[in-house]
Design a protein around this ligand. Sequence first.
Ligand code: NAP
Length: 244
Amino acid sequence: MLILGGTGDAVALAARTAAIPEIEVITSLAGRTRQPLVSSQNTRIGGFGGVAGLVEYLRDQQIDRVIDATHPFAAKISFNAAAAALEVGIPHLMVIRPAWQPIPGDRWIEVESNAAAATRLPNLAQRIFLTIGRQELSTFAYLRDLWFLMRMIDPPQPDVPVPPGKLLLERGPFSLDQERSLLHQYQIEAIVSKNSGGDATYAKIIAARELGLPVIMVQRPAMPPGEQVNTLEAALAWIEQIGS
Ligand SMILES: NC(=O)c1ccc[n+]([C@@H]2O[C@H](COP(=O)([O-])OP(=O)(O)OC[C@H]3O[C@@H](n4cnc5c(N)ncnc54)[C@H](OP(=O)(O)O)[C@@H]3O)[C@@H](O)[C@H]2O)c1
């Protein structure tokens, strides 16, 4: 079984699958973070080379099922995986954690992309907590009159333009106390976040609600059609059912 990873869910799923007899698991990572979290299972790192490369890999390794447990914003690999599994003719499942939903007290501005988020900022706030990771920092680099607190795991490449502000190199999960004190310490007036879902990075949304701060919430990209579940338990049930 191939688990496409890069998330805490994939690590947990690989660990839990290890307990199922007669299933051999390989977890695949893109190689974006320098010190990725891995489970004790076999891990391979790096792109496959598009759909064709993934098809070749699935055949070479005699993979007979694929679980896509990548991040909800990693759309390209999800489309590639769906296409490759179809071509090889093996079962394929997407594990997609539910998106966060606004509740009373939230001041969300929902936008379709980071580029759209950037256009909303100048009229909204001066000091912004930018929590979109490092891959799309350059989208905000033209906003030279604003100040950004930018949190990510690894620093951006030196040649990538970044907006003015401070880099904070940290890996979640983050507690509510941590997030509250960060917002106070840096006098943050607005947050930009992807709608990643899950608990690990939700505390900033609660902290923003408490302080009445606006959150520009970037909506998820479309995912390919196919079988989906949104919990690890449901994924494990699928694995057991397919295996029987
Ligand atoms: N995007 C986010 O916000 C985000 C946040 C947290 C974690 N992540 C994790 O970081 C990884 C990269 O995210 P992304 O948004 O750059 O993905 P992406 O745009 O969907 O994928 C870009 C390319 O990276 C390679 N790739 C992606 N995930 C891979 C995996 N698990 N194993 C092997 N190759 C992979 C593939 O290269 P080839 O075409 O050469 O096969 C893919 O075409 C994902 O695994 C994701 O789970 C992403």
